[in-house]
Design a protein around this ligand. Sequence first.
Ligand code: ATP
Ligand code: MG
Length: 270
Amino acid sequence: MTAVRFENVRFRHPGGVEALRGVSLTVAAGERVAIIGQNGAGKTTLVRHLNGILQPSSGRVLVGERPTAGRSISELAASVGYLFQNPDEQLFASSVRIDVEFGPRNLGCTPAEATARADEALAAVGLSAQAQSHPLHLSLSERKRVALAGVLAMRTAVVVLDEPTTGQDARGADLVAAVVETLAASGRTVIAITHDMDFAAEHFDRLIVMAAGEVTADGRPADVFGEAQVLERAAVEPPQLFRLAQRLGWPQRPTGVQQFVDAFAARAPR
Ligand SMILES: Nc1ncnc2c1ncn2[C@@H]1O[C@H](COP(=O)(O)OP(=O)(O)OP(=O)(O)O)[C@@H](O)[C@H]1O
Ligand SMILES: [Mg+2]
């Protein structure tokens, strides 16, 4: 089943750049896809089409088999949860709890159900103790996780995360990674934009590379990281362990610590 599809999508920002120059791609339900590529490549512009904030200048975007054209942002919000790159565009309420409960209440949940969803989501992002706080009294990294909790509380089939680990310390990044794993285990579709190649390699099955408004590679991490010219054009460097294995002349393509250890063990004399 198709979760989302872009069909030859072009988009020009008002008064400016053509940020998408004919993007076609399909994400199946339950896939985990990381979108990588240089600053200004068009990654955020692309995913903003999934909840109807943007509509293509030409081409089509489909969510759950149906085009987004003519569908309202609130209708799409029931299918696609979207974590903004900048949480301050997302948060609006005077307390963390009110903010996280807003989405489920809008979907028609009872107050008790909205509260239960908010509690679960805040626990998942490590912010249960901050439920009564004003979002502006939290750090940027915490505000990003409040916004993530708000997305989780919607329990949408598709979850889009725009740079979820940026600014997070190791614990915060681990919480975000655990969220991705939990979403995937429950069969949800996860699409994340990231500049963190270790995060991309470790938690996603498919990498999409963007450069200058186009998709320039699309495949499994171990294959995509082998495409040196594509990566250079997209200003992306493979994970360090991948590059180390290449420099050592190994045939294996380890994308993370465990694969590196396995590759090393396979090569060591017994
Ligand atoms: N609201 C806007 N108005 C005009 N131009 C914009 C707007 N938003 C983005 N752009 C331009 O569109 C292009 C793509 O921007 P976009 O934010 O989609 O890139 P990105 O891949 O998400 O980059 P980053 O990694 O820095 O977040 C850039 O040239 C950017 O300057
Ligand atoms: Mg962006």
